[in-house]
Ligand binder design. Sequence first.
Ligand SMILES: [Zn+2]
Length: 427
Amino acid sequence: MKKLNHIKVFSAASILVLGFITYIMFSNILTPNIENHEGQVVYGEIEMDADYVERENNKEDAKEENSEQEIDINNDTEQQIELIEADKDMEEQIKGKEDEEQLEEIELFFYEGKITNIFFHPLIAFPELAFDGDSMHQQMDNWFVTVTEFNRILDSLYKNNYILIDIRDTYEIRNEEGKEIMVKKELFLPENKKPLILSIDDLNYYTYMKNNGTVHKLILDSEGNIATKTHFPGEEKMISYDNEIIPILESFIAKNPDFSHNGARGVIALTGFNGVLGYDTHKITAPEYQEEKQQAIEAINYLKEMGWTFSSHGYYHYDTARVEFNKLLNDTKRWEKEVSVLTGPTEFYIYPFGATVRPGSDRFKHLIDAGFRAFWGVGPNSQFQINHNYLLMDRINLDGVYFTRNRGKTTQLFDVDSIIDDARGWD
Ligand SMILES: [Zn+2]
């Protein structure tokens, strides 16, 4: 995405078209507490240690092996057929968007106020699987939002004059006399617009997520558009363009180009222990590894082209502040070896569980040495603080916990009661 930084700017926004495909996967974590930069966990996700994860994966693998083999055999043909079906809707959209070049003059103004920073987990695409009274019901209710809620949130943010900006438009790293320093960049926005940074945590599709209402995979369809793929045992595979954040946001921006400043999108936080985006990139000795890796890289490269950026979320989703120090060192190495090879290097570190570490501590120094410069925690006040050569930020968790805390209120973002999905079954 080309960035222009002039007061007057001709923004030629040609519209991206989207699409999708997917298939299988596994595993678990996730569930918040919330925190500031003093090291307490404020945003907690379900703790799962590595052994647990491996065991779960092995179980899931054994279960899914047979059906996967069948899928592989018929993969090409089935995919063709299924894409033809799935593309029918898209074709109309594509026709509408093709060559839809907009050339408009936008006047920009210096912006000095607060930068709002929000994050989501993958969306609940199938609420009947999330809110079904099983052992994960409460977790899904706490830490996720449904597709319906996400659509309502987007509409409200847009009506409230928020505009997506790229985090990389807020700071730059300079080298002065051999010393690296970070400085705030001046931000210029269209009149009355409020800057918004968006991120998605754990876009890995862990087994518990797939079993409790998320889609199963992010794919590129035969047209090269981003889509989701979901395949429940014994059922037809589903390809969709309207049940996950990325494709929904893409359609929304196509309709409302002034919701994105200079083509900004968001940041995607990935762990590695259960693959990424639904691809089994963690099974590095499996015969399918090269294929999985290749497909993951293609999806990731496409997302980067769209304007998305990738962040580390740790390999095992450890609590960075509390995990044994040696484990943290190995965790970082493993993320580099298995995830960074897919996404490329990143200077973003999104703390698992929002568990931040104190700048100056050994853990923090380790993260700096590993190349991270922007550290994302969780908190209600959109902290944005540049010190020396690093940035500390807090993000607002948009999820059931946020809704519960703010029921009956209109927050800076939206009227909360108008967002909540009846599918949650709240009183
Ligand atoms: Zn997480």
